[in-house]
Design a protein around this ligand. Structure first.
Ligand code: PGA
Length: 253
């Protein structure tokens, strides 16, 4: 089993201003823990250039929170993968549950966004996860399997080989209710097993991170599981001390 370097990304969502982002980034850069794993922050589109400029001398990457599923044309309001790459992004979140539920991103749209991202040289952070109703109905693994298979079928296995997968149970996002390490681990292992059926080497290398109410108080026990390779962090990523403590918990020597 290869030793995977952990990955921690902050999803800032629709938060921040140039001033608050600048002080958040100063707080993060001033700490040491981000140096021990791969770390990214994902601000709103218009805040990307300032984050790229501030972080250019560090190993912290910048990601976008979404991307157009087409390269160019008459798509008012959209931002393409090539534009994000040119702006200095290394990552892009694709298929976040808020995009799926609030903005109608279907499995097919998510697959096209993964294609667009990898085609432009971005690392997609591909989000999958079940709702509470789906978990209660016992369909968690079927739902996550469907979401992943749609990406494999639509974007190709090669597109996933450089991706990060984020398992984010919808019922745990922003609710303060985290999946237990056992619950998360079961899904992470199932995701890796599904991918291993296509390519065992790739599955062994791929980072699968957990998201959903991760904070410094619960990060260590989640990240202690061998198949949980870090986290996608919402609320707690808006606090430099919390975010750094989560990065420290993700460290693998
Ligand atoms: P949360 O958000 O950490 O605030 O639950 C996670 C996410 O939406 O990526």
């Amino acid at each position: 089993m290869p030793q995977r370097r952990s990955f921690v990304a902050g999803n800032w969502k629709l938060n921040g201003s140039l001033a608050t982002n600048a002080s958040l980034l100063e707080g993060i850069v001033a700490g040491a823990p981000w140096q021990a794993c791969d770390v990214a922050v994902c601000p709103a589109y218009v805040h990307i250039p300032a984050a790229v400029a501030r972080l250019s001398a560090t190993t912290i990457g910048v990601g976008a929170q979404d991307v157009a599923d087409v390269p160019a044309g008459a798509y008012t309001g959209e931002v393409s993968a090539a534009m994000l790459r040119e702006a200095g992004c290394r990552y892009v979140i694709v298929g976040h549950s808020e995009r799926r539920t609030l903005y109608g991103d279907t499995d097919a749209v998510v697959a096209r966004k993964v294609t667009a991202a990898t085609g432009a040289g971005l690392v997609p952070i591909v989000c999958v996860g079940e709702t509470l109703a789906e978990r209660d109905a016992g369909t968690t693994l079927a739902v996550v399997g469907r979401q992943l298979s749609a990406v494999i079928d639509g974007a190709g296995l090669g597109a996933l080989s450089e991706a990060v997968i984020a398992y984010e149970p919808v019922w745990a996002i922003g609710t303060g209710r985290t999946a237990t390490p056992d619950q998360a681990d079961e899904v992470h292992r199932a995701i890796r097993a599904l991918l291993a059926r296509h390519d065992a080497t790739m599955a062994g290398r791929l980072r699968i991170v957990y998201g959903g109410s991760v904070k410094s108080a619960n990060a260590a026990e989640l990240f202690a599981r061998p198949d949980i390779d870090g986290g996608l962090i919402g609320g707690a990523s808006l606090d430099a001390g919390e975010f750094l403590a989560i990065c420290a918990a993700a460290r693998r020597d």
